[in-house]
Design a protein around this ligand. Structure first.
Ligand code: SF4
Length: 97
């Protein structure tokens, strides 16, 4: 893994190549409000980034970020309070019962 040479200098990163950052846009994006409190936030040159994902806003697009340490994704439950397996629920819905 190469070390970042853009916004998080020295941080090992899968997107870093010998020619520079290969992430779309050429660099990491800053965290968003929902990230505040997460243990993966790192500060570089006065800006806050995520240490495990280059585009925090994208991680929250479909609900809670799955890497977040400060919030847990809600597990869907049925009327009796039992956890619902989303795959089984989708199959049941497809069967019509
Ligand atoms: S792990 Fe998720 S919540 Fe935490 S800083 Fe990164 S993008 Fe934000």
């Amino acid at each position: 893994m190469n070390a970042c040479t853009t916004l998080k200098p020295g941080t090992p990163c899968d997107f870093m190549s010998p020619k520079g950052c290969t992430y779309p846009g050429g660099a990491c994006m800053e965290i968003i409000d929902k990230c505040e409190g997460c243990g993966h936030i790192m500060e570089c040159n006065g800006k806050k980034f995520c240490s495990v994902y280059p585009n925090p806003a994208a991680k929250w697009r479909r609900g809670v970020c799955n890497f977040a340490t400060h919030v847990k994704a809600e597990v869907p439950k049925d009327e009796s309070g039992k956890k619902i397996n989303p795959l089984k629920a989708a199959k049941r819905a497809a069967r019509g019962h």
